[in-house]
Design a protein around this ligand. Structure first.
Ligand code: OXD
Length: 331
């Protein structure tokens, strides 16, 4: 079966096969669940493809033979062999944990990289929470206290130094947002010889923890990578200023939570705001639930109504290229 497209003279010049795209994008967080309207919009936008929705892994596995692309939250290494015609597996996730690479190296995996547009706003909220001392306002409201003078010591974010550890696409988007707030921004990257983009400077990771002493806000946006396990340990927190705040929007493995707890309890740092943890969901018996000067979110810094629409826009060029006839080579 195929679509024939007519050339200017009316003759058929190319033939585009119908591409089978299997979709398994179910999620308990509704922002991450492909809606019926989003699926219809995909079908309208790409009428040349046959989008098949699978609502269980069993259904997905049944549909894989003959599939040319898969849009998923999860893909096991053994599944690639079931799909000899697969060209790519695309996932909205930025993290590499749930979609394995093809062990044979044949099929591309395509990860989302739009998250920074949402997460940078979450980060800004976290930073404003601490810098405007909303913690005091919330506490006083619970206690029916009207205390104004304690806000006299607050400082504008403008002019403060934010250090972003893990200066990839997400870190850059955060830097853009923080520069907009008038902050000074430094990135930390293993391979620091990169264009600093919106940051004022990029330092090599080998300078950690020494450079942390200059930062007013330390923001971790690292992916999970065993090379960064417990990068933030007692030594790193000890290197930070007593007045500094710590944020993690990357992955929990980068932080030794016991060391963070010690730093918060001893006042080694002023406070922290986390979105990710060593174990998720955060265990009920974790001491972090009651840690002083700690706020957190349940791994939702990218959740928003726009999440899947931003991803589908980013994915559109892949879907356009899927099965498209090769452009004629120029002589
Ligand atoms: C992701 C995340 O990997 O939200 O996309 O953590």
């Amino acid at each position: 079966m195929g679509h024939l497209s007519a050339g200017p003279s009316g003759g058929a010049v190319s033939k585009q096969r119908v591409m089978k795209v299997v979709v398994r994008l179910d999620n308990r967080v509704s922002a991450f669940q492909l809606s019926a309207a989003q699926l219809s919009a995909l079908r309208e936008r790409f009428p040349e493809h046959d989008f098949i929705r699978a609502t269980s892994d069993e259904e997905l596995l049944r549909e894989l033979p003959g599939a040319h692309a898969a849009l998923v939250w999860q893909f096991e290494p053994g599944w690639y062999a079931l799909a000899p015609e697969l060209s790519f597996v695309a996932t909205p996730a930025a993290g590499r944990e749930k979609v394995a690479r093809d062990p044979a190296g044949r099929v591309r995996s395509v990860h989302g990289s739009f998250h920074g547009k949402i997460m940078a706003e979450t980060l800004l909220g976290m930073m404003l929470f601490w810098s405007r001392r909303f913690d005091l306002a919330l506490r006083d409201r619970r206690e029916r206290r009207w205390e104004r003078d304690q806000f006299s010591g607050t400082r504008r974010l403008a002019g403060q130094l934010a250090m972003i550890v893990g200066y990839g696409p997400l870190g850059r988007e955060c830097a853009r947002q923080l520069k907009g707030a008038g902050m000074r921004v430094a990135g930390i990257k293993r391979d620091h010889a990169v264009d600093p983009g919106p940051a004022d400077a990029v330092f090599p990771a080998s300078l950690l923890p020494g450079v942390l002493r200059d930062a007013d806000h330390v923001i971790v946006t690292l992916p999970s990578d065993t090379g960064s396990d417990h990068l933030f340990d007692d030594r790193a927190f000890a290197a930070m200023r007593k007045s500094a705040y710590f944020y993690n929007l990357g992955r929990g493995n980068a932080v030794d939570e016991t060391a963070l707890l010690r730093a918060l309890e001893a006042g080694t740092i002023a406070g922290a705001f986390l979105d990710v943890f060593e174990r998720e969901p955060l265990p009920q018996d974790s001491p972090l639930w009651t840690a002083p000067n700690l706020e957190f979110l349940p791994h939702v810094s990218a959740a928003s109504r726009e999440y899947l629409d931003l991803w589908l826009d980013e994915l559109a060029p892949e879907l356009t290229r899927l099965g498209a006839p090769e452009p004629p080579s120029t002589p």
